[in-house]
Ligand binder design. Structure first.
Ligand code: PEP
Length: 252
């Protein structure tokens, strides 16, 4: 059976002390809970990774980064490689978030390169895909998501799919307060699973965790997560508040 997952994306929030304190709070909260129905991942800024990796040891929270370099090592000032991320104790990395695609012009060829480096370094990849508002209004959302997966993800091959989590994040719903309706999420998740089935067969498609992301909050999470093919969420804004994030995890 595929895993249910709730992953928090802290984005560029919290200084060193704030991030460490918040991670401690979350770690303690989940550590004291009986078995959770979902795996919990927090994707933090690079500066927090190594210390949080120590804090969460033996607990129920896993750790990821939000990006990695598109080169393995060398003269790339300011970049952080997948290999470096792995050495902090983090296990996951988000690749292809719409904010990276939009503000840093990351295209699917580049994202595929990042995925290869991440997987080769022993990280699992949370691969984001999703259409912008105009593409949905024009009825092109399926075409766009198909292209993102075919160019960014599928060239990794069947063997790599066990280390991939897909996050469908309609860009018009990220940080806007607009959420895809549960029906829209259901329809796209089914479509994505169908594409994986066509490409890699039933087993890989059935095992793939597909998350929904885009203004998920305690008030809408349970309904979205109850839809078939929706296996949890990638949570931005609401992952910064303990009450909201824990309620979303409990909504699974
Ligand atoms: C995200 O950044 O991945 C995201 C889903 O953000 P938000 O929940 O704030 O819309």
């Amino acid at each position: 059976m595929r895993k249910k997952i709730v992953a928090g994306n802290w984005k560029m929030n919290m200084n060193y002390e704030e991030g460490i304190a918040f991670a401690r709070t979350l770690d303690q909260y989940f550590r004291n809970k009986p078995a959770l129905k979902a795996d919990v991942i927090i994707c933090t800024p690079f500066i927090h990774l190594a210390e949080i990796a120590e804090i969460i040891k033996g607990g129920k929270v896993a750790l990821g980064a939000q990006n990695c370099a598109s080169e393995a090592s060398g003269a790339f000032t300011g970049e952080v490689s997948a290999y470096m991320i792995k050495s902090t104790g983090a296990e996951y990395v988000i690749i292809g978030h719409s904010e990276r695609r939009t503000y840093y012009n990351e295209d699917d060829r580049l994202l595929n390169k990042k995925c290869v480096l991440a997987l080769n370094s022993g990280l699992r990849v949370i691969f984001c895909c999703g259409e912008v508002k105009e593409q949905r209004e024009e009825g092109n959302h399926f075409v766009i998501v198909k292209r993102q997966l075919e160019e960014g993800l599928f060239p990794l091959g069947a063997e790599s799919m066990k280390d991939i989590i897909i996050a469908y994040e309609p860009v018009w719903a990220i940080g806007t307060g607009l959420t895809a309706t549960p029906e829209q999420a259901k329809e796209m998740h089914k479509y994505i699973r169908g594409l994986i089935k066509e490409k890699f067969g039933n087993k890989i498609a059935d095992d793939m965790t597909i998350l929904y992301g885009g203004s998920c909050k305690p008030s809408n999470a349970a309904e979205i997560f109850s839809k078939p093919d929706v296996d949890g969420g990638l949570i931005g804004g609401a992952s910064l508040k303990k009450e909201d994030f824990t309620a979303i995890v409990e909504a699974v």
